[in-house]
Design a protein around this ligand. Structure first.
Ligand SMILES: Cc1cc2nc3c(=O)[nH]c(=O)nc-3n(C[C@H](O)[C@H](O)[C@H](O)COP(=O)(O)OP(=O)(O)OC[C@H]3O[C@@H](n4cnc5c(N)ncnc54)[C@H](O)[C@@H]3O)c2cc1C
Ligand code: SF4
Length: 486
């Protein structure tokens, strides 16, 4: 344990943020990592409580009190070893994880929780700067071949784990670059894409092969990004590889079937966010330009918030965000919710850059002129016992030029699962259990599923967890037993 009285002596230290007026002028990351002295203080606040709830609150079960203590003592190399023992990509989670660990921190019951996420980022950034993150190629190869479909965090985590125990891993990706939603979806101002290239270089030296622009199966539904210039049939993968992991994400966007949906100016969120990622990394200009436009974002989650931040960087005239659900409480009821993830109002850094928000709103119609969006008609809702009713006479019209639909993702593209003959669960995801014998295995022999394709739309940290656990299940199948962590 760092300092026994640290939690009584020190306040939580937060990372520094670029001021709004400068950060909205570009797409660069704007959160600075903790200085060493602040990280030490943060580590000192950890109480090393007998039962570390943070550790079970974290989906990859990071050994949080251990790395807190290492940072407090200035043992940064030890800290990165502890962190990497449970998490392949702390440079991702240290930036974009919502930190359920902090909601579970025991200190959080009476004070601000330990800034675990900021410590995680400080540790990996220091390790990167000092060249401590080096490839770990397997000492010997097994002669077994594994194909992974999808290069998001689930696919990459399983690829790294399997390569490190000596299997020959090939990752197939339909888009032109590796990273899944980390690359195309999450804005550059939240996650610098050079971090993905940096990790990929490590994976390549560890033996992972990447085949981009390659679709496994055939066809993608409307609204799903697809740069593929070639296709590989599932039968071919099953013939050429000893095991296949499906890590294709949950890419089908939820649509809004109201009159006027076809108007120019109404887009799925990723039709806006992906071209923006491409533009920032030197590609052609985003065909959707929010400069000087009145923008409405429908949907209040991460994707919606990313549309808000991107619209403000374009120079939108106004940005409004509507959410169907009621406004959550400003503060959680800690005795009721701790150590679980509480329902409370969350204001992202993008919201703070300028955005009007409203809740309990249902969109009824998009109104256009000559095929172009001009306004949106909505109605207010009253929620009772979890059910909404429209409030009579509460309809209103909001003039707008652009609408982004950010209402979540319903399921994976069915074509890939159907092409393999994989059974889907009631929500349309790949059916595979996560415990017991044969976990992560689908109904098709030697075909596994991990990440959003299996659990539905979720978080990067969950995708990493599933990728790691799935890798162990595959290793067990191939070798009879596995030394990979659960
Ligand atoms: C805009 C946005 C913002 C988000 N922000 C956050 C955040 O701040 N924090 C957070 O924790 N989570 C966030 N998420 C969620 C997070 O990105 C996902 O939960 C996570 O990326 C899922 O990882 P995955 O590996 O399962 O799938 P994905 O990242 O979706 O990767 C799947 C990959 O598989 C490829 N693929 C699919 N089918 C095929 C096929 N047939 N052949 C070849 N390739 C295929 C896809 O092209 C894609 O590259 C966000 C999501 C979105 C959309
Ligand atoms: S991965 Fe997320 S939940 Fe786990 S320690 Fe890091 S910030 Fe917390």
């Amino acid at each position: 344990m760092g300092k026994p009285t640290g939690f009584l002596e020190f306040e939580r230290k937060s990372e520094s943020y670029e001021p709004v007026k400068t950060r909205v002028k570009n797409y660069a990351e704007f959160v600075g990592h903790l200085k060493d002295a602040d990280a030490k203080v943060q580590g000192a606040r950890c109480m090393d409580c007998g039962i570390p709830f943070c550790n079970s609150g974290c989906p990859v079960n990071n050994s949080i009190p251990d790395f807190n203590d290492a940072v407090f003592r200035g043992n940064w190399r030890e800290a990165i070893e502890i962190l990497h023992s449970t998490n392949n990509f702390p440079e991702m989670t240290g930036r974009i994880c919502p930190a359920p660990c902090e909601a579970a921190c025991t200190l959080g019951i009476i004070a601000d929780p330990v800034g675990i996420k900021s410590l995680e980022r400080a540790i990996i950034d220091k390790a990167g700067e000092n060249g401590w993150v080096v490839p770990q190629p397997a000492p010997k190869t097994t002669g077994k071949k594994v194909a992974i479909v999808g290069s998001g965090p689930a696919g990459l985590a399983s690829a790294q784990q399997l390569a490190r125990v000596g299997h020959a891993v090939t990752v197939f990706e339909k888009n032109d670059r590796i990273g899944g939603l980390l690359r195309y979806g999450i804005p550059d101002f939240k996650l610098d894409k050079r971090l993905i290239d940096w990790r990929m270089a490590q994976l390549e030296v560890e033996g992972v092969k990447f085949q981009t622009g390659t679709l496994v199966g055939d066809g993608m539904p409307k609204g799903v990004a697809n740069d593929a210039t070639k296709a590989v049939a599932p039968a071919r993968l099953l013939q050429d590889f000893d095991a296949v992991i499906l890590a294709g994400g949950s890419e089908t966007p939820r649509d809004l079937s109201v009159p006027g949906r076809e108007l120019a100016g109404v887009h799925f969120a990723l039709e806006f966010l992906i071209p923006q990622n491409r533009q920032v990394s030197g590609g052609r200009k985003n065909p959707i330009n929010a400069a000087g436009k009145h923008v409405v974002v429908i949907g209040g989650g991460d994707t919606g918030s990313d549309c808000v931040g991107t619209s403000n960087r374009h120079g939108a005239a106004s940005v409004t965000q509507f959410e169907l659900l009621p406004k959550p409480p400003e503060q959680e009821n800690k005795p009721l919710t701790w150590p679980y993830w509480p329902n409370k109002l969350r204001t992202s850094s993008s919201h703070l850059e300028g955005c009007a928000r409203d809740w309990s709103i249902a969109t009824k119609e998009f109104i256009g002129e000559n095929g172009k969006l001009k306004a949106l008609k909505a109605v207010r809702l009253e929620w009772r016992d979890g059910k909404p009713t429209e409030i009579a006479g509460s309809e209103f019209v909001v003039p707008c030029d652009l609408v982004f639909l950010a209402m979540g993702f319903t399921q994976p593209a069915a074509s890939m699962l159907d092409a393999f003959g994989v059974t889907r669960d009631a929500r349309g995801n790949a059916a595979a259990a996560t415990d017991g014998n044969g976990c992560y295995a689908t109904n098709v022999a030697k075909v596994f599923a991990a990440g959003d394709v299996r659990r539905g739309q979720s978080l990067v940290v969950w995708a990493i967890r599933e990728g790691r656990q799935c890798a162990r299940a595959v290793d067990e199948l191939l070798m009879g037993s596995s030394l990979l962590p659960r």
